[in-house]
Design a binder for this molecule. Structure first.
Ligand code: OGA
Ligand code: MN
Length: 205
């Protein structure tokens, strides 16, 4: 079975980013891989590996459930076959973005995120004030049989006061320029799983 992301789809994402700064693809990876990633997120949760996510950086870093209530665990190469497949698909995307957009993306950092029912992440930008390496955000959703009325949308604030709500449907990948789009995660009535990460450029210091 081919577990790699389809090349023409990667090019479509690059073209969308060049044109308007964001892209959404449904069916980004095969269903079997999505299911394996969701299972792994749940296993990590049951093993107690997920920890409350912090906001800010360095000395200013703190857990603030009034700002974000997700629980996370970082991806590292070699943790599992499913995660390695995901990292390799995203690396192919990184190279495609570099070829098309000359972004000079050097690496990717990402984590599983589990939002317990009722939790949310208030409106924010993914780029830190004192560290501009995060350049492109990629969020991959793992929720099979999700219904819109369960909430949990990624709400993106687009130019001209347009708002885009994206349900966290299994297989959906949302990609956007990290410094350009304020966004938030709306509360959901059910547990919400995703893989969230950032392609980074070399730092300017
Ligand atoms: C984040 C974030 C969006 C989502 O973790 O920074 O905005 O839909 N996540 O999970
Ligand atoms: Mn974000």
């Amino acid at each position: 079975m081919n577990l790699d992301a389809d090349f023409s789809l990667l090019q479509l994402i690059a073209d969308d980013l060049a044109e308007r700064g964001w892209s959404v693809q449904d069916a980004f990876l095969p269903a079997s891989l999505i299911a394996a990633l969701a299972a792994e997120c749940r296993t990590r949760a049951s093993e107690g590996l997920l920890a409350a996510a912090a906001v800010g950086r360095g000395d200013g870093q703190a857990v603030r459930e009034g700002i974000r209530g997700d629980r996370i665990h970082w991806l590292e190469p070699g943790q599992s076959e499913a995660c390695d497949h995901y990292l390799s698909a995203l690396d192919t995307l990184r190279l495609t973005l570099n070829r098309t957009l000359f972004l000079g993306l050097e690496d990717f950092e990402g984590h599983f995120a589990l939002y317990p029912p009722g939790s949310f992440y208030q409106k924010h930008l993914d780029r830190f004030r004192d560290d501009d390496r995060r350049t492109v955000t990629a969020v991959f959703y793992l929720n099979a049989d999700w219904r819109e009325e369960q909430g949990g949308a990624l709400r993106m604030y687009l130019p001209d006061e347009q708002v885009l709500d994206l349900a966290p449907l299994a297989g959906r990948l949302a990609v956007f320029l990290s410094g350009d789009f304020p966004h938030e995660v709306l509360p959901a009535s059910h547990e919400r799983l995703s893989l969230t990460g950032w392609f980074r450029r070399r730092g300017s210091f």
